[in-house]
Design a protein around this ligand. Structure first.
Ligand code: Z5A
Length: 212
C-alpha cells in the first residue's frame, strides 16, 4: 500500500520547523516508516536550486525564472525521493510543497493560477498531498519571530503587503480544498498549537484506517 503524503505550510516564522519535530514524534508513536523532507530542496540538485532561490542578490530574479526554478527542484525531488518513498509504503512529511507556489508565486507575486496549475500537472501528474496543515498567523507576528531567529533571506526581504497576500492565498487554498487542508491557529502558545496539530493528525489517521 502507498504511504501517505503530509505537507506543512504557512507564511514566514509561522513555526513549521518547530512543529515538524512534533509531527515526527507522532509518526514514531504510530510505528510508521516515514521520510521527512523539504521544499525547495530534498535532493542534492534541488538543495542547490534552493540556495539559488534564497540567496540575496543584486540581480532582480524575474517571476517566471523563480516559478520555473521552484518546479525544476520539485520535479527532481518527486522523481528521486517522494514518489519512490510513497511507492515503498512509507509516509512522506514535507516542509512546504506546491501550495507554497500558489501562495507565494501566485497570490504573492501575482503569477497566473492557471499557469501554475499547468506546471503542477506536468511535474506531478495527479499526485497531491493527502493532508496539508496550514499554520496561520498574523503576518507581523510571524515576521517578528523569523527576524529574531535569523537574517532575512531573499523572500523575507519582501514587504508586509506581500506576506498579507501570501497569507490570503493560503486561506483561499484551505477554503477551496477543505477535505485536504486544515488551518491551525499558530499564534497560540506552542502547547496549544501542538494540541490542534495532534487533533488533525488523529482525525486523518482515523479516516485513513477507515478507508483501508
Ligand atoms: N517558497 C516559494 O516561494 N515557493 C515554493 O513553491 C516553495 C517555497 C516550496 C523558503 O522556505 C522560502 O521558499 C519561503 C517560501 C519560498 N520563504 N521564505 N523565506 P522555508 O520554509 O525554508 O523558510 P521559511 O518560510 O522562511 O520558514 P521559517 O522562517 O524557517 O519559518 P518556520 O519554520 O515556519 O518557523 P520556525 O523556525 O519553526 O519558528 C520561528 C521562530 O518562532 C522560532 O524562534 C520558534 O522558536 C518560534 N515559535 C514557533 N512557534 C511558536 C509559538 N507557537 N509561539 C512562540 N514562538 C514560536
Amino acid at each position: 500500500m502507498r504511504g501517505k503524503f503530509i505537507t506543512i505550510e504557512g507564511t514566514e516564522g509561522v513555526g513549521k520547523t518547530t512543529n515538524i519535530q512534533f509531527i515526527q514524534n507522532w509518526l514514531d508513536a504510530k510505528g510508521l516508516a516515514y521520510l521527512c523532507t523539504r521544499e525547495p530542496g530534498g535532493t542534492p540538485l534541488a538543495e542547490q536550486i534552493r540556495e539559488l532561490l534564497l540567496a540575496r542578490r543584486d540581480e532582480l530574479v524575474c517571476d517566471t525564472a523563480e516559478l520555473l526554478l521552484m518546479f525544476a527542484g520539485r520535479a527532481q525531488h518527486l522523481h528521486q525521493v517522494i514518489e519512490p518513498t510513497l511507492g515503498e509504503g512509507a509516509w512522506v512529511l514535507c516542509d512546504r510543497f506546491t501550495d507554497a507556489t500558489y501562495a507565494y508565486q501566485g497570490a504573492g507575486r501575482g503569477m497566473r493560477q492557471d499557469l501554475i496549475a499547468e506546471l503542477e500537472l506536468i511535474v506531478q501528474g495527479s499526485l497531491r498531498p493527502d493532508l496539508t496543515l496550514i499554520l496561520d498567523i498574523p503576518v507581523e507576528i510571524g515576521l517578528k519571530r523569523a527576524s529574531e531567529r535569523s537574517a532575512p533571506d531573499r523572500f523575507e526581504q519582501e514587504k508586509s503587503e506581500f506576506f498579507q497576500r501570501v497569507r490570503q492565498g493560503y486561506q483561499d487554498i484551505a477554503k477551496n480544498d477543505p477535505e485536504r487542508c486544515v488551518i491551525i491557529d499558530a499564534s497560540k502558545p506552542l502547547v496549544d498549537v501542538q494540541r490542534e496539530i495532534s487533533i488533525a493528525l488523529e482525525a486523518f489517521w482515523f479516516s485513513s484506517e477507515e478507508s483501508g
